[in-house]
Design a protein around this ligand. Structure first.
Ligand SMILES: C[S@@+](CC[C@H](N)C(=O)[O-])C[C@H]1O[C@@H](n2cnc3c(N)ncnc32)[C@H](O)[C@@H]1O
Length: 304
């Protein structure tokens, strides 16, 4: 029988695999960190709330798991200011080759962390088994009960385990930002990306292979105090709304920034991504106000 998980793993992380050989996500698809500095600004605001809730520890971590080219980690390092900047330690966790970036340390193993751990489009790149219904797999029975005869499904158990382990290594908060679905809206989403194009998911190392994240099972596996909200709502709650003001050059800059924020908050695009936020020893309510729960947007199924 074909071992989907092993083939997926080899295609991305085996010798010569897509990410193992150092393909940078920025060469193949557009993610929020690549839009501009605004996501990092919002995450610094979140980190400052985590820092306050932790009582301003001597060292405060920002850990970027699945860091790709390190764009987000480097932006957070560069934009930090004041007391937080002097206590900030930024770590990029990546299975692919590290990138030399001032002020960012690289590792391939999730470290323990006091601060904020972020997995930005990390969970969707963790390989899964694929089954065809009917299936007695315990994960499918619980989290994909609608799977019909002859239909395929990605089994989210490896992502749940990875997320639970990452969350357990944190004192502060852990945030997964990704595209995903819920038990009420499951569908088979396995696909490939290469050079900006969606392509068939061929397991030969020539393309990224990804599938939507089962947010509900990942949240349940990691447990504790958590919320799942949309990127659109979370960014507004962290102060990113993007008004245009001033005149001349200042107006142009604020208009460009407003355009980038609109892209990050577009409900049919990046704004439709889920933010799964766990408080680890602190309350999520100290970090974000009450927001509407995230709902998958069918249009976002084609975004990666
Ligand atoms: C879809 S890319 C996202 C890159 C970046 N976070 C962004 O949003 O632009 C996923 C990245 O996660 C990395 N990755 C996957 N599993 C990992 C693991 N267990 N530890 C560290 N990095 C991992 C891959 O090598 C790849 O660079």
């Amino acid at each position: 029988m074909f071992d989907w998980e092993a083939a997926w793993h080899a295609a991305l992380y085996g010798p010569g695999g897509f990410f193992a050989r150092g393909e940078k996500p920025s060469s193949h698809f557009r993610t929020s960190p690549l839009v501009g500095p605004e996501l990092a600004t919002a995450l610094l605001e979140l980190l400052s709330r985590v820092d306050a809730a932790l009582g301003s520890p001597p060292v405060v971590d920002f850990v970027d798991v699945g860091a790709g080219g390190g764009e987000l980690a480097f932006a957070v390092r560069s934009l930090a200011s004041g007391s937080l900047a002097s206590r900030l330690r930024v770590t990029a966790v990546e299975l692919g080759p590290p990138v030399e970036l001032p002020g960012v340390r690289w590792t391939s193993v999730v470290p323990s962390c006091v601060g904020l751990l972020v997995g930005h489009e990390w969970l969707d790149s963790i390989p899964c088994p694929v089954v065809t219904g009917p299936s007695s797999d315990p994960w499918i029975t619980r989290w994909w009960p609608s799977l019909g005869d002859g239909e395929q499904a990605e089994v989210g158990a490896p992502r749940d385990a990875a997320w639970a382990a990452a969350v357990s290594s944190v004192r502060g908060a852990a945030l997964a930002i990704d595209y995903g679905h819920l038990v009420s809206s499951r569908r088979f989403t396995l696909t490939g990306y290469r050079a900006g194009r969606q392509v068939p998911p061929v397991f030969d190392g020539s393309c990224d292979i990804t599938a939507h994240v089962a947010f509900d099972s990942a949240a349940d596996a990691a447990g504790g105090d958590w919320v799942l909200v949309s990127q659109r709502d979370a960014l507004a709650a962290l102060g990113l709304t993007g008004s245009v003001s001033g005149s001349g050059w200042e107006w142009l800059e604020s208009a460009a920034r407003a355009g980038r924020i609109a892209e990050l908050r577009d409900p049919r695009g990046l704004g439709g991504f889920g933010w799964l936020l766990h408080g680890c020893g602190i309350a999520v309510a100290d970090l974000l106000p009450a927001l509407p729960p995230w709902r998958p947007n069918p249009a976002s199924f084609s975004v990666a």
